[in-house]
Design a protein around this ligand. Sequence first.
Ligand code: ITT
Length: 192
Amino acid sequence: IELVFATNNVHKQREVQAVVGDKFVIKSLSDIGCEDDIPETGDTFHENAQQKTDYLVKKYNVSCFGDDSGLEVDALGKEPGVYSARYSGSRDMEKNIDLVLSKLGDNPDRSARFKTVISLYLQGEQHFFEGAIEGKIILERRGTDGFGYDPIFIPDGYTQTFAEMSAEEKNAISHRSIAVAKLVAFLKEKVV
Ligand code: ITT
């Protein structure tokens, strides 16, 4: 079964292909010749994820899935949320992290979570899969691995930031891997 993943990130594509097995062939946007910048204009992760699959269903009539992720900081009213990639107005993550840290200041409420929502459109049906990991925003950056807000996020029960962990350690517990595991479990059950 061919499934289009609404991404151009080959790492994300390979990650899903590796766990889903050979009954599914995961194609990226570039694999199907789609160079469009699919709009992400929703107010929620669910809306944005579904915008991606709706777009592909309408234009290509394919089975497909797409994801949206971000960071929610409780003391900031769950910002940056769907604006995580461009919180400061640009995609410069240095600026985006600085903005989170300065808005939080020395507020003692540091609770936050990363969230991923995956939208799947398969055999005429819409499905969602969610993953989240709770944690805390620290006062200053620590670590150089990972991406995005990883240097300022420590998951609950750990002492290292996501950016101090190895990729394997982070992937074992991350919001994205939780959502992907749910997607893969669903797909495997569908096709026996
Ligand atoms: P695509 O939509 O093109 O796949 P993107 O950069 O928008 O790429 P996401 O929707 O997955 O990626 O995430 C949005 C932003 O949320 C991302 O730019 C990061 O700033 C932040 N983010 C998401 N997952 C993260 C993670 O695991 N660690 C740190 N930051 C993350």
